[in-house]
Design a protein around this ligand. Structure first.
Ligand code: DC
Length: 194
């Protein structure tokens, strides 16, 4: 069975948690596409060359989850050639046998416009910054400023900007528990699977 679940949304909205839960529930493979951009940003040097030669080892580095790696990812993600180098891998992952969940910024709009299910998982900037701050610590106001900066760069870039696909179902997790957000997503996938 070929079945793609596209999950987009801004930083720290809960996409990763929801995506992993949906993948586990239905036995689908999961690809966190943000990790690809984080690995390109962390590799240093020419980002286009880095994207064209990305290896599993690059994706396995232990320092890809930091705020700095997120900012570096957001900066290289504006480069059209970087995005182009990562398209084929994401599309073939999406159409693999057995079902796939991909989370990112442009999955429902650019990578998989024909995905069987499209979700847009979001939350207020304050709620997202608070969640991120609980993970990384430091100055909460600074974390909020970084979240807002990254939202702005990801949404305003010319190439594949962050925005909901016209046919995406919106899940606002500002006032939802992880269990409730996951249940909402799984119900939508189950209904489409029939
Ligand atoms: O989801 P994340 O926080 O790991 O993503 C890091 C950055 O990578 C994000 O700020 C923008 C970029 N990104 C993107 O442009 N397109 C994607 N599909 C996924 C991430």
């Amino acid at each position: 069975m070929i079945f793609t679940v596209a999950i987009d949304g801004p930083a720290a909205a809960g996409k990763g948690t929801v995506s992993r839960a949906v993948a586990a529930h239905f036995g689908f493979a999961h690809l966190d596409t943000g990790l690809l951009y984080r690995a390109v940003g962390a590799k240093g040097g020419d980002p286009v060359a880095a994207a064209q030669s990305l290896t599993q080892e690059d994706l396995d580095r232990g320092d890809l989850r930091t705020l700095e790696a997120g900012q570096a990812a957001s900066r290289v993600a504006v480069i059209p050639e970087v995005r182009a180098a990562l398209v084929a891998f994401q599309r073939s992952f999406a159409r693999r046998e057995g079902g796939a969940v991909l989370d990112g910024r442009d999955i429902g709009t650019v990578i998989c416009p024909d995905a069987e299910v499209k979700l847009y998982v979001t939350a207020s900037a304050e709620v997202r910054a608070h969640r991120r701050w609980l993970e990384v610590g430091g100055d909460e106001a600074q974390v909020l400023a970084e979240v807002i900066e990254r939202d702005r760069r990801d949404s305003e870039r010319a190439e594949a900007p962050l925005k909901p696909a016209v046919d995406a179902v919106l899940i606002d997790t500002s006032d939802l528990s992880i269990a409730a957000a996951t249940r909402a997503a799984c119900d939508i996938v189950a209904a489409r699977l029939g």
